[in-house]
Design a protein around this ligand. Sequence first.
Ligand SMILES: Cc1cc2nc3c(=O)[nH]c(=O)nc-3n(C[C@H](O)[C@H](O)[C@H](O)COP(=O)(O)OP(=O)(O)OC[C@H]3O[C@@H](n4cnc5c(N)ncnc54)[C@H](O)[C@@H]3O)c2cc1C
Length: 501
Amino acid sequence: MTTVYDYIVVGAGSSGAALAARLSEDSDSSVLLLEAGPDYASTEATPHDLRYAHRVSVVDHDWNFTANATPDREVSYPRGRVMGGSSSVNGTLAIRGTPDDFNEWASLGNEGWGWEDCLPFFQRLEHDLDASGDFHGKRGPLPIVRWQPHEMRPLSEAFLDVCQLQGFPYAEDFNDPEATGISPMAQNRDRDTRISTAIAYLEPIRHRLNLTIRGGCLVNRVLVEDRKATGVEVDCEGELQKVQGRTVILSAGAIMSPAILVRSGIGAKEDVDMVGAKLVSELPGVGRNLIDHPLCSVVWQSKPGISVLPDPPVQAMLRYTSNGGETNDMQLYMVNHFPGREGNFALLAILQRPKSRGRLHFETEDYRAQPRIDLNFFSDESDVRRLREGLQLAQQIGEHPSISQYADGLAAPSAEVLADNEALDTYIQENGSHNFHPVGTAKMGQATDPEAVVDSQCRVHGVQGLRVVDASIMPEIVRANTNLTCIMIGERVSELMRQER
Ligand SMILES: Cc1cc2nc3c(=O)[nH]c(=O)nc-3n(C[C@H](O)[C@H](O)[C@H](O)COP(=O)(O)OP(=O)(O)OC[C@H]3O[C@@H](n4cnc5c(N)ncnc54)[C@H](O)[C@@H]3O)c2cc1C
């Protein structure tokens, strides 16, 4: 007898693990969760690089992708390849998108995604150990903590002080919808342990008989008959197998979910032809609208003993509004030391509302290969201008005696470059990078929008029984690090699906 699962979830990352956990709360439903990376079934069995909250893991459990930041410059583009996905390797900075972000999604025709609709799911995912009140949850799987004054390293403490001296308000809690200014960083960790979705959502429910969790399973494509998804084709330990499901949910992240769609015949016709698939639903938006947060940094050489491991790299963040920009369209972090590199500290300026858009290119039918990633950063003049002004603000903050007492001079860019707008724009073009936050490549929108891939229930347009639930569906990037929003998406869609039953 062939097993037919009610739900097959592809990818156990931030969204997929949360979604699979919630779907399997209904003991009458059978859920199969397929993950390409390894599965560590308990916190104790989890390797150190995944457990240690204060350093990102970008080698041992990574897809080893590269991306073009600009047409002629390649950068590495880490994504987590392990149970928990990128939530298992990330920086654990736990910040929600702003109310304006979600209200914008709703205004684009995505009913049910305004701030009031999303807030209950941000509350449901967390137990915040510091902040209380109307906006917070106390019973969710993810612990949220903030750095306390006695834990602050000298550079973090000086950064908090100098930002206030420069007139930025102090915000106790960045997850308050009104918050702006300088704040101790909120993180999803338990002391020094990164709490990924594998640990928060999956570890406590592994006993469920209706939930099958499988690592080492690389999904090639969705099986589709008469425009209805019937299962997936998956490489398990080198053997390609088929598994049947009534509903297939792609949660493979903003790079791989679109790639699976195209190999399944769903996408722009030329892309589907290129990978040798048969066209099922022509959706030209698949792999387009790629958005990430561009960043650039001012780096100082630090005095001996200041930028040392294992100090946490980031303990405080400034959220501010650029000249003429939208609220909170910029972030500035103090990085006490670059991971793995002692002797430097930096202020990182990060654009939260970039206008430039990139895309994915699908050039091979090989399901083990990455799509070509073209971030197309700095193609918009106002993106470059806001980052330039961000770097100049960073220099001004860094030169305050409270901070400069820890420095042995600028490392990069030079003071001459920082003083010359044209030279600084060139510096940004040549050195700017990303913040590990790809979104938007299977965006949510109405069928009348030619670039929309899923509807407001995350159902793929033109194909029954198939959804995309992960960072890909964001029509616009949020003004925040993306992990909490991805988990919220998993939570939100589980509720939409529960209401359908
Ligand atoms: C190094 C790094 C640091 C970051 N730091 C932060 C931070 O501090 N704060 C923050 O908010 N955000 C951070 N982010 C971003 C955040 O983690 C991501 O936005 C979020 O995890 C994305 O969630 P997702 O569910 O869309 O994808 P992912 O969490 O990436 O999950 C996708 C999953 O699908 C699996 N998969 C892919 N293809 C297949 C396939 N064909 N078959 C089977 N499985 C497949 C992957 O292995 C992965 O487990 C960081 C990301 C990285 C990589």
